[in-house]
Structure formats: structure tokens, C-alpha cells
Design a protein around this ligand. Structure first.
Ligand SMILES: Nc1nc(=O)c2ncn([C@@H]3O[C@@H]4COP(=O)(O)O[C@H]5[C@@H](O)[C@H](n6cnc7c(N)ncnc76)O[C@@H]5COP(=O)(O)O[C@@H]3[C@@H]4O)c2[nH]1
Lengths: 190, 190
């Protein structure tokens, strides 16, 4: 089951490593910027991970919704990993605009492993159909939720944002669907 | 099948992206170092990927064999990936000493996805036993070989080095098993 391994890989190879360092990273970022505090609400000091049910993941969030705008990168973390000396990990901070044009900042990215699912469903030699891909996305979410709920290292440092972008595509597509979905989550944190 | 997804992920999310840029990276590295050319043999301008059958992967190669010594990092590559702006990819150059103490340089790392397999086999909630893990390592190698053989992007830019470190552990373990295994490969390239 492809998604089972991808969820474990996302956890052991990334979230378990970077999430414990996230708060320090944000504090360092604020110190570096002087007295400003871009990320105002400590309850939103989490990695917001967007999980689109379609598994379709653009490399720039702005391509999905122009109300989601890159703001800055957090300081880098460098760790020796599997023979790569000082492999670099970093997160991006985005400003998400509401309908009044007001920016809400958060640490945001897509669940990168889903790109593998999408590309596999496009490569006939990978043996994954579009129907199977959808099943695997649901299995990825289910497995990842289960792992993270039991993880001491990751507690309170993440937010999974499931994007129902398939149902959304019936009828008139909303160009601000991503920003609205993220803002619903952020409002609960503010 | 966990390993099937990890092999596809390793290809679509890493090797397919970084291997086409490897030659440029090495040329840039040599220019930056003046007239020296650390990696003398163009046939060894490949990413040498060590795949231990045990899936046991230390983060520092020196811990596996002190004749494998970190030399330098190649220039970084930065790409926008899934919302992370300018995500950094880099490779490490190692000096591998032969029995005469002569250094042979190469671009070297472990197959990072196997760390996930190893950690899964240690976490009872992941549902992977040690026996299953071994099967999955073999499936990973088989799947990855199949993908890479068909890949135009990766042709001639990699070398898979399978490390039979399980059989090696019966009897007196050889502290130079890793370096000797790598050197056998490098001698074919020199
Ligand atoms: N040696 C090496 N150097 C790299 O820079 C690198 N980047 C990825 N990989 C391996 O390729 C495969 C595909 O990567 P993907 O990004 O889809 O999944 C990644 C990704 O979703 C997340 N992740 C890891 N590193 C980062 C990172 N720096 N930024 C964001 N996400 C990351 O966690 C997953 C597992 O990572 P690894 O377990 O390190 O192994 C990966 C994986 O097997 C790498 N391997």
C-alpha cells in the first residue's frame, strides 16, 4: 500500500525531525526581524500542511490561489542525513488574504509525498490508476493522522488541512477556495 | 507494498530532479576550486547510492567505515517544491581510502528512503516485521532498478551499490567492508 509507506516516510524523514525545531525557528525569525512579530498568534505556530484530495500539487501556492502570497522563509536547519552532510530543511511563511484584503500569516506548504502519488498515476509503468490514487490519498491522510496523534515530538506543532478540491471542481471553480479553506483553520487558531 | 511507493518517491521526488543537474554541479565545483579536479574520472561523475540489505543507515558514513571520509559538499541546488520556496538539494563528495591509504573521490550517499523502512520495523504501530523489511529492501532495489533503466533523465548519472551487510555479519565483521565494496565499483569506472 503505497500511501502507508509515504505517510511513514513523511513522518520519520521529515515531520518528526523538523516539527520539534519549529518554535525555535519562528522565535529566531522574529528576533532577526527586529520588534515585528509576523506570526502574531502562538496557537498558529504550526506547520499548516495542505492535503488536496486530487493529489494535484503545484510547486507555487500562488498558482492555486493568488490570495496566498509568499512572505519569507524561516531560518534554515542543517542536519547530517544518510551521508549527506548538513542537509538543509526550511519552511516558508505565507500571507493569506481574506475577502477584505487583510493578510493572515502562517507557515504553510503542501504534503509533498502526494506529488509522488500524482506522478505515479500518470506513469503507466507505476501501476496506479486515478481511482486507486484517490483511495491512496484517503489512506495517506488516515495513516498520517494516526501516526501524528501518537507522536510526542509533533504534538501541537502541525495542522492538516484537507482540501476537497475534487467536489469543488463540479460547478464554477472558486479561485479563492484554497485561501478560504486555510483561513477557516487560522480563525480557529486566532 | 511500502517499498514500491518508496522507490517511486525516491525517483519522482529526488533522482529525476537532481541527477540531470549533477554534471553541471561537479563542473561548477571544480571551477570554484581553481585548477584542481577532485573527481578525475568523468565516468565516476555519478551519484553513488549505497543500499544496505539490512536497511541500517547511519547519518555519517564514517560511522560505518573510517576509510570513508567526508571531503566537501557540491554547490547547492534550490527549487520551489510544493509550496516550499527554494528548497535546497545538495550532495556530498567523499574520499574512499584503499588498503594503501590512497584516496578515491566520489559523490556518495545512502538511499535515504531505507531509513523509513528501518524505523517502521522498529515501531510496532507501523506493521512491518524484520522479515518483511528484508523483503521490502529487495523490492525497493528491484523497483528502483526498473524505473532508472527506463529513465532518460537519469541515464549514466547514478550507480546503485548494494551492500550485503547481513551476510557480512556472520563471522568476523570487516570494518572496511563499505569502502572495499565502493572501491570495487569505482575501479570499474576509473
Ligand atoms: N538524500 C536526499 N536528499 C534530499 O535532499 C532529498 N529530498 C528528498 N529525498 C528523498 O526522496 C524521496 C522523495 O522526496 P519527497 O520530497 O517527495 O518526500 C519527502 C518530503 O515529503 C519530506 N521532506 C524531506 N525533506 C524535506 C524538505 N527539506 N522540505 C520539505 N519536505 C521534506 O519528507 C519526505 C521523505 O523524505 P526523505 O526520507 O528524506 O527521502 C526522500 C524521499 O524518499 C532526498 N534524499
Amino acid at each position: 500500500n503505497v500511501a502507508h509507506g509515504l505517510a511513514w516516510s513523511f513522518y520519520t524523514g521529515y515531520l518528526k525531525i523538523v516539527l520539534p525545531k519549529l518554535v525555535d525557528s519562528i522565535e529566531q525569525y522574529h528576533r532577526h526581524k527586529g520588534n515585528s512579530s509576523t506570526l502574531r498568534h502562538r496557537d498558529s505556530w504550526r506547520l499548516h500542511i495542505v492535503i488536496p484530495l486530487s493529489a494535484f500539487i503545484p510547486d507555487k501556492l500562488e498558482e492555486a490561489d493568488r490570495r496566498v502570497r509568499f512572505h519569507d522563509n524561516l531560518p534554515e536547519i542543517a542536519i547530517d542525513r544518510a551521508g549527506v552532510r548538513r542537509r538543509v530543511y526550511k519552511h516558508s511563511v505565507y500571507a493569506v488574504l481574506d475577502h477584505q484584503g487583510q493578510p493572515h500569516h502562517c507557515v504553510l506548504e503542501y504534503a509533498t509525498p502526494l506529488q509522488t502519488l500524482y506522478l505515479m498515476s500518470q506513469d503507466s509503468s507505476a501501476g496506479l490508476s486515478s481511482e486507486e490514487r484517490r483511495q491512496q490519498v484517503l489512506l495517506f491522510i488516515h495513516t498520517l493522522q494516526g501516526i501524528l496523534e501518537e507522536s510526542v515530538e509533533c504534538r501541537n506543532r502541525y495542522r492538516l488541512i484537507v482540501l476537497d478540491d475534487e467536489r469543488e471542481q463540479e460547478g464554477e471553480p472558486d479561485p479563492y477556495f484554497l485561501s478560504k479553506t486555510i483561513l477557516k483553520q487560522l480563525q480557529q487558531e486566532e
